[in-house]
Design a protein around this ligand. Structure first.
Ligand SMILES: Cc1ncc(COP(=O)(O)O)c(C=O)c1O
Length: 314
């Protein structure tokens, strides 16, 4: 159950949580015209820090641009707004959800007099695929639903409408007793989970489907690739046949919600030895060290929200 916090950011000002309402005839309700983001904010010794907030703000603007939605804020303004929101809500570790939508005005498919509304909410949110999933791995299936095909709904845009497809994948997986489903693309190759990018490890090499296989350009995906590169583990973006999932040494998911989660079985076929593999463990470890602040933020991924005061006498 969602825990309400005090304030929500709307078009440049903070409003009460309960006042963040839209009309039922808003364009977004009938036609799915929204783009959004999910950003995590972590607690570190020196205070709270948002993970790759700038990159999330950039992807939000990219997502909007694809749909000809003009967002009247810059990346810097959006990032500052996220920080202000978290500060004002006096939260600890939390999740930030910026949403851009076409609002109430004209009634046809063609957006005409529909204003662009920008909202941001933040709230506490725990482990998406469970605490145990992070260490033990999760059981997943290949979905009977394909991922959205190219030239239908553009996958590089994180649009609300894409998540109708994600819902089908996720609900089917849950009903059949799996933690998540992996969708294939239109050609039948591995695409992504309903809310995660997919990585496969085989012979000490990491493979992940390229952009163009209907995947979201995941920010955690990019982080995992940069970490792997730094650790000297080769990463290749390549087409992945479904059956490679079954014979992989390791499979893992990345995502803001899922973070870095090992997959221990696909379609009830055990992956590797059925436990978190050594390469997944290395990437996960470095990822969490950066998030917790125990490893240096060499990539400049963290934006402080509230700076703890310097200790007296230093
Ligand atoms: C469909 C889909 N793929 C991949 C991801 C992972 O992207 P990111 O790491 O930017 O959260 C998400 C989550 O946002 C998603 O919804």
């Amino acid at each position: 159950m969602l825990v309400a916090t005090e304030k929500i950011w709307h078009n440049g000002r903070l409003i009460a949580w309960d006042d963040a309402k839209i009309h039922v005839l808003s364009h977004v309700v009938s036609y799915g015209s929204s783009v959004f983001e999910g950003v995590r904010c972590y607690e570190q010794e020196r205070g709270l820090a948002m993970f790759r907030a700038h990159d999330h703000a950039r992807r939000l603007l990219d997502s909007a641009k694809i749909y000809r939605i003009d967002v009247p804020y810059t990346i810097e303004q959006l990032t500052a707004a996220m920080a202000e929101l978290v500060r004002e809500n006096k939260l600890g570790a939390c999740y930030i959800r910026p949403i851009v939508l076409r609002g109430y005005g004209g009634m046809g498919v063609m957006p005409s007099d529909n204003p662009i509304e920008v909202y941001m909410a933040c709230f506490p949110w725990g482990r998406y695929l469970g605490e145990e999933g992070l260490s033990e791995g999760v059981d997943v299936c290949v979905s009977s639903w394909n991922r959205i095909a190219p030239n239908t709904l553009p996958a590089l845009s994180k649009a609300g409408a894409n998540y109708m497809n994600s819902q089908l994948i996720r609900m089917e997986a849950a009903i059949n007793g799996y933690a998540e489903g992996i969708a294939l693309d239109e050609a039948g190759y591995v695409s992504e989970g309903s809310g995660e990018n997919v990585f496969v490890v085989r012979d000490e090499k990491i493979l992940t489907p390229p952009l163009g296989t209907s995947v979201l350009p995941g920010i955690t995906r990019d982080s995992a690739m940069k970490i792997a590169d730094q650790l000297g583990i080769p990463v290749v973006e390549t087409i992945i046949p479904r059956e490679l999932l079954y014979i992989a040494d390791e499979v893992f998911f990345t995502g803001t919600a899922a973070e870095v989660t090992p997959v221990r079985s696909v379609d009830r076929i055990q992956v590797g030895n059925g436990r978190r593999g050594p390469i997944t463990a290395k990437i996960q470890q470095r990822f969490f060290e950066i998030l917790k602040g125990s490893a240096k933020d060499e990539f400049g991924w963290l934006t402080p929200v509230v700076q703890a005061p310097e200790p007296v006498g230093v």
